[in-house]
Design a binder for this molecule. Structure first.
Ligand code: HEM
Ligand code: NAG
Ligand code: NAG
Ligand code: NAG
Length: 331
């Protein structure tokens, strides 16, 4: 091993760090309170930013682990994840994470990873929307690269049904219960007409609407999203889109789910329906299961080399081919 390679190698620690709560108590004790305050302020200007920030955890963690790969802007040699199929014109509030990072860098530069900021802010989004609070595990590193191709291949579509989603989440060791509880994140936020046009007018190529949609609710959605209308118009994911509660599950039981992937959890599979009914009746059980799911999802790691980025949009270290090779040797 050449000295230069060895030097580079020791600068980078593996993304597979041991995560624990209170990771920053000694070297950045204010990190969590600063992030929460940034989100609180963002929500005053844009109440939806809570939902948009929380969604970032899902889209980061499912694509090669919770490593803030999602946040990297495209470079001349790398297509990032921001413009992938599920993310383009859809993910938002990246600037809230930028703001939090800037504030945290001011008090303790080079300490707190962007990946951890996503995890903290997602928890805060739930708390500040009236949901439960919990202790997050921290100590993640930020990736050196991102993969648009992986994002395209991995992230689910609003057309997917319960069976597909059960199998997708199972690949991450997330159970049916975890998956249904995590879908309860759609208790807050909005979706675009383009995500539901097919189920309003041509479900599964039948030329007819999804029969699982309650008729009055369908009229409302048809009005919001007419054929040939603006696909960027948004509708609420549940009846209380700024409150983190179990209304989402009550809506599904009543045929008032916004996305096909939501309604399908009640209407197309007995295994998921059981949990939808359970959570619709017991908000406390939903909260408990949701926290468990968020912690499990937050544990996903890629095992690749990482760093603490200075700017969440740009890697400090230019990834090099030989570094990957070196990594494979040392593994
Ligand atoms: C189970 C599979 C899932 C599917 C198929 C799915 C799909 C979607 C879609 C299609 C949208 C609307 C996007 C648009 O129309 O622009 C959306 C929004 C959202 N998703 Fe998911 N999602 C899933 C799971 C999750 C999970 C696990 C989380 C977080 C824990 C999450 C959090 C959110 C939030 C908060 C919004 C609203 C965002 C906003 O208002 O900006 N989703 N999701
Ligand atoms: C799922 O669990 C199995 C068995 O414990 C483990 O080998 C595998 O790495 C886990 N997969 C993920 C994505 O965590
Ligand atoms: C509905 O979808 C099917 C299959 O994707 C397609 O062949 C058909 O043309 C569509 N019908 C309408 C009215 O868009
Ligand atoms: C939504 O708006 C974006 C940005 O203005 C545009 O590029 C895109 O084509 C629009 N999408 C739809 C479905 O209309």
């Amino acid at each position: 091993m050449s000295p230069l390679f060895f030097f580079l190698w020791t600068l980078l620690t593996s993304v597979s760090a041991q995560l624990r709560s209170g990771f920053y108590v000694d070297n950045c004790p204010k990190a969590e309170s600063v992030v929460r305050e940034v989100l609180r302020r963002a929500m005053i200007n844009d109440p939806r930013s809570a939902a948009s920030v929380m969604r970032l955890q899902f889209h980061d963690c499912f694509v090669n682990g919770c490593d803030a790969s999602l946040l990297l802007d495209d470079t001349a040699t790398m297509l990032g994840e921001k413009l992938s199929l599920s993310n383009i014109n859809s993910l938002r509030s990246y600037q809230v994470i930028d703001k939090a990072k800037k504030q945290v860098e001011k008090i303790c530069p080079g300490i707190v990873s962007c990946a951890d900021i996503i995890i903290m802010a997602s928890r805060d989004a739930v708390v500040l929307s009236g949901g439960p609070n919990w202790e997050v595990k921290l100590g993640r590193k930020d990736s050196l690269t991102a993969s648009q191709e992986d994002a395209n291949n991995i992230m689910p579509s609003p057309r997917d049904n319960a069976i597909f989603l059960i199998n997708l989440f199972d690949r991450y060791n997330l159970s049916v219960k975890d998956m249904v509880a995590l879908s309860g994140s759609h208790s807050i936020g909005k979706g675009r007409c383009t995500s539901i046009m097919f189920r309003l007018y041509n479900q599964s190529g039948t030329g007819r609407p999804d029969p699982a949609i309650e008729p009055k609710f369908r009229e409302k959605l048809d009005y919001l999203c007419p054929i040939g209308g603006d696909g960027n118009v948004t509708g609420d994911l549940d009846a209380t889109p700024y409150k983190f509660d179990n209304q989402y599950f009550k809506d599904l039981v009543n045929g008032k789910g916004f996305l096909n992937s939501d309604q399908s959890l009640f209407s197309s599979d007995a295994r998921t329906r059981e949990y939808v009914e359970f959570f619709s009746r017991d908000e406390g059980m939903f909260f408990t299961a949701f926290i468990e799911g968020m912690l499990k999802m937050g544990d996903l790691q890629s095992g690749r080399p990482g760093e603490v980025r200075k700017d969440c949009r740009v890697a400090n270290t230019r990834p090099m081919k030989h570094m990957e090779i070196l990594y494979n040797f040392s593994n």
